[in-house]
Write a protein that binds this ligand. Sequence first.
Ligand SMILES: C[S@@+](CC[C@H](N)C(=O)[O-])C[C@H]1O[C@@H](n2cnc3c(N)ncnc32)[C@H](O)[C@@H]1O
Length: 246
Amino acid sequence: MRARVVAREVLDDLAQDDPHAIQSRRDLQRVHWAMGTRAILLRGLQGMSELPQTGKRMRILELGAGDGSLMLGVARALAPTWAPVDLTLLDTQSLITQETVANYSDVGWTATACVRDAFDWAAGPGGANRHGSPTTHWDLIVANLFLHHFEGAELAGLLRAIADRSDRFLACEPHRAWLSLLGSHLIGALGSNAVTREDAVISVHAGFSGGELSALWPDVGDKWAVTEYAAGLFSHCFRAELIQAD
Ligand SMILES: C[S@@+](CC[C@H](N)C(=O)[O-])C[C@H]1O[C@@H](n2cnc3c(N)ncnc32)[C@H](O)[C@@H]1O
């Protein structure tokens, strides 16, 4: 397929309480089912080396977390074998309900909503010193269907901020490939509304392929081990793990 085309998605311009936006966010849960996103994330996370299995609590940040429901499925699967987790769910919109927080609590994870723009987060304190304040360092950062919103210096700067303040990173994004494009045109079969149908196609054109994210990640091979791979039928994953502490 041709080079990435990043365009603003319809959902990004709808008010949080717009009925079409609410329906589109519900659609996303069915889209994840069709894409096998939860299993893809689980495989990506379980393939990471040296994640603390027991003992000290892990600090995890999800960027562009939406309503937190995807990560909740991941938490339910991982909680029995992982160390307890303090999870921060960052999104520009306030979509995390008390019920969702309670559901995380049921599996032993604390979930905290952070309503903030990821670029404000990236520009904030903590980027320069990985071993600085504990409030600015993460054992793991996760992004799902989020990075494809961005390109150029903006995307590179965001990845730099993630690398500066975490030990591990996993992203799962649309795979920019013909099969994904076909799938995005057929998404109406899941009962998706017009917003979801349009955004699905936009997302595939803005998706990733090959080693596009690795090329933007800083210090590959020196400080970081990275892998980038197609996953399932429609997804493209990038995983980075710190191999050398400062
Ligand atoms: C396609 S949704 C994915 C939600 C969730 N990660 C999932 O996979 O179900 C993208 C999310 O990114 C959020 N988002 C977009 N731009 C953002 C930004 N600059 N900072 C933080 N969140 C942002 C949107 O509000 C939206 O909830």
